[in-house]
Design a protein. Structure first.
Length: 191
């Protein structure tokens, strides 16, 4: 939510792109830092809130939110931004749902686990405090190798999907055609 708000607010501070770019990138960095913390919550939520026979379904449904969001962004973004003047509206469209969901989660959630555990494994489920868990991960060689490999793969995927429109323009597509086709190709590349 904060990353989305900072990106949106960064577009309105000045007319000079050199002034806006650092703030927009700071907002993007906040969102990128939050991604690993958010993307693995479906498994924890399913383990704590659902009985054993419903965990796979709950985890699947909750885990599909991220690719679905990427799918919608890839489809809608090209149609929402016909010129560079439309980018603030696009960033606002990204920030509003995040703000609404964050508000609802803050107001609506009263506990991190249900009053009665749905299963024996949920009752005995425990984890280290956040900072201690991060320290344990940073000392685990296998995790660090996995982090570098997976992070590099995600970086390559993101770079390719970000540059897809420019790649299409070099191949002879017009800017408008590349924008629309790039969004649809990004959808197929995402899924």
């Amino acid at each position: 939510m904060f990353g989305g708000l900072v990106r949106f607010l960064g577009t309105g501070i000045s007319t000079d792109p050199a002034d806006r770019f650092p703030l927009v990138m700071f907002g993007q960095t906040l969102a990128a830092i939050a991604q690993p913390l958010v993307i693995f919550t479906p498994a924890k939520m399913a383990a704590l809130w659902f009985p054993d026979n419903q965990r796979a379904t709950a985890n699947t449904i909750a885990s599909m939110a991220n690719p679905l969001g990427m799918l919608l962004a890839s489809i809608l973004s090209p149609w929402m931004t016909q010129t560079s003047r439309d980018i603030p509206d696009l960033l606002l469209a990204y920030a509003v749902p995040a703000c609404i969901i964050c508000f609802l989660a803050t107001v609506g959630l009263r506990s991190s686990s249900p009053p009665t555990p749905p299963s024996a494994s949920a009752e005995s489920s425990g984890s280290e405090p956040f900072v201690q868990g991060i320290k344990l991960l940073l000392m685990n060689r296998a995790y660090l190798v996995l982090m570098v490999c997976f992070g590099s793969g995600i970086a390559a995927f993101t770079c390719f999907s970000t540059l897809l429109e420019q790649i299409l323009c070099v191949q002879g597509y017009s800017n408008v055609s590349a924008m629309h086709h790039g969004g649809l190709m990004g959808v197929s590349y995402t899924n």
